[in-house]
Design a protein around this ligand. Structure first.
Ligand SMILES: NC(=O)c1ccc[n+]([C@@H]2O[C@H](COP(=O)([O-])OP(=O)(O)OC[C@H]3O[C@@H](n4cnc5c(N)ncnc54)[C@H](O)[C@@H]3O)[C@@H](O)[C@H]2O)c1
Length: 242
């Protein structure tokens, strides 16, 4: 992918799953990485995977101290910021607690807003930058037991469009990626029949791989996507087609 080797890319939730695959992809492209995740025993593993051009920051995107640490990184320059960190706290609506609601809103929506706002200030000064947000296909059609999660992902899509409108004149592009069923370790552990059902729902008849999502982020971050903003790219094997 042209030009990514000159970019400083900050990724939240980079220690596992899609975030880690995205870090690998940008590292291969030659980007300089700032990887952010909760305090984790995976730090040394990440340092071994990315021996150079990588800074690891242990930060909770919902805590003032975590945001302060990320702000310092943004202030020293940021070309691409990927709001990937996300959580689920599933329960059907009558059983969902305030805590389950609040936790998911805090990570998946409020942190995305606060971090994007920090980026907007710095990127405006730079007159360039790309913000990429993790949505989900369930934002489009809802999902049993996920009133909290689906609300955040639909919110992320609307926020992406609004920020794209506001920030385009400053040379800032804002896009979202909506993964379908992705074969992260969590999904791969599910019973065979659930996986078969997921595969059957996608016209391409397979689960996605974290690398499929990483490829979409790499494209959207690159100059090849220089005329693309405010979009939500479904990377889902066609599952939203129903
Ligand atoms: N896996 C899928 O099928 C799928 C589908 C649609 C959307 N998504 C979205 O893609 C993103 C990545 O998903 P994944 O499957 O790789 O998840 P994952 O659980 O493997 O990784 C998420 C990472 O975010 C980190 N994180 C969570 N809370 C955090 C916080 N407060 N501060 C900092 N880091 C935090 C976790 O420690 C973890 O490393 C999420 O936003 C998710 O909603 C995933």
């Amino acid at each position: 992918m042209k030009d990514l080797n000159t970019k400083k890319v900050i990724i939240t939730g980079a220690a596992s799953g899609i975030g880690r695959a995205t870090a690998e992809r940008f590292y291969k492209e030659g980007s300089t990485l700032v990887l952010i995740d909760m305090p984790t025993e995976q730090e040394s593993e990440l340092k071994a995977m990315f021996p150079e051009r990588m800074t690891y920051i242990q930060a909770n995107v919902t805590s003032p101290q975590g945001l302060e640490a990320i702000q310092a990184e943004i202030n020293s320059g940021v070309d691409v910021f990927i709001n990937n960190a996300g959580i689920t706290r599933d329960a059907t609506v009558h059983k969902m607690t305030d805590e389950q609601w609040d936790q998911v809103i805090a990570v998946n929506l409020t942190a995305v807003f606060k971090l994007s706002r920090m980026c907007a200030v710095k990127m405006k000064e730079q007159k360039s930058g790309v913000i990429l947000n993790a949505a989900s296909v369930v934002a489009h059609y809802g999902n049993f037991g996920q009133a909290n999660y689906t609300s955040t992902k639909a919110g992320v899509i609307a926020m992406t469009k609004t920020m794209a409108k506001e920030l385009g004149k400053d040379g800032i592009r804002v896009n979202a990626v909506a993964p379908g069923f992705i074969g992260t370790p969590m999904v791969r552990k599910m019973p065979e029949k659930v996986i078969t059902m997921m595969e059957g729902k996608a016209p391409l008849r397979r689960l996605g791989e974290p690398e499929d999502i990483a490829a979409a982020y790499a494209f959207l971050a690159s100059e090849d996507a220089s005329f693309i903003t405010g979009t939500c790219m479904n990377v889902d094997g066609g599952v939203v087609l129903g």
